[in-house]
Design a protein around this ligand. Structure first.
Ligand code: ADP
Length: 215
């Protein structure tokens, strides 16, 4: 299956994507994770991306589209993938369509995670993620690790992403509304959008998502 996950920052895209990718045996491709990996490795691409990310802005398409396409061309993604955080504006969605058409394949679904705005700010401001694996996500109130600052899963150090500070979160939400939300209409025109509520327990949301995908 080829799936795109959309939803505001803090909707739980990364958390859901990890479970869904495992259930569906397809790779989870997160452009945010790819950027963060480049930043921690000190690559040129990472240097370009960092200032945009810290300001809550989108990284320019010239950088993002090439990086996403390179990842989608890896052998593990031949039979499908779950895209998380890409496309994030209409021109990225158009570039993705062109790339898929060139391979003579199509998207199967666009899963839209809905969550109220005040909930989003609470979720993100308290979010802590593991340095070893961004799928290991905790929250200072809702999902406390057994030992403060330490990942329950692998013992890695928990940290707050630079772009999870409240002011940057508000900017990211604004960018989501103005630039990313229009892709929902773009995909509705192709009949691909399945909308589910992202409120509730993680496994309940995963179950709703699997049902929406017809699995
Ligand atoms: P979230 O979904 O919580 O906002 P991500 O990890 O997906 O977090 O993205 C973090 C940041 O990485 C974004 O605010 C943006 O700066 C950058 N980014 C990720 N994906 C893209 C993309 N497709 N296009 C442009 N910038 C992106």
């Amino acid at each position: 299956m080829r799936i795109v996950l959309v939803g505001p920052p803090g909707a739980g895209k990364g958390t859901q994507a990890a479970f869904l990718a495992k259930n569906l045996s397809i790779p989870h491709i997160s452009t945010g994770d790819l950027f963060r990996a480049n930043i921690s490795q000190g690559t040129e691409l990472g240097k370009k991306a960092k200032s945009y990310m810290d300001a809550g802005q989108l990284v320019p398409d010239e950088v993002t589209i090439g990086m996403a396409k390179d990842r989608m061309e890896q052998p593990d993604a031949v039979n499908g993938f779950l895209l998380d955080g890409f496309p994030r504006n209409v021109s990225q969605a158009e570039a993705l369509d062109v790339a898929l058409q060139a391979d003579d394949v199509k998207l199967d679904a666009v899963l839209d995670l809905e969550v109220p705005e005040d909930e989003v700010v609470k979720r993100i401001a308290g979010r802590r993620i593991c340095r070893n694996d961004s799928a290991h996500v905790f929250h200072v109130e809702y999902k406390q690790p057994k030992t403060e600052g330490v990942c329950d899963v692998c013992g890695g150090e928990l940290y707050q992403r630079d772009d999870d500070q409240e002011e940057t979160v508000r900017k990211r939400l604004e960018v989501y509304h103005t630039q990313t939300e229009p892709i929902i209409g773009y995909y509705q025109a192709q009949g691909l959008v399945k909308t589910i509520s992202a409120l509730g327990k993680v496994d309940e949301v995963t179950a709703k998502a699997m049902e929406a995908l017809g699995r």
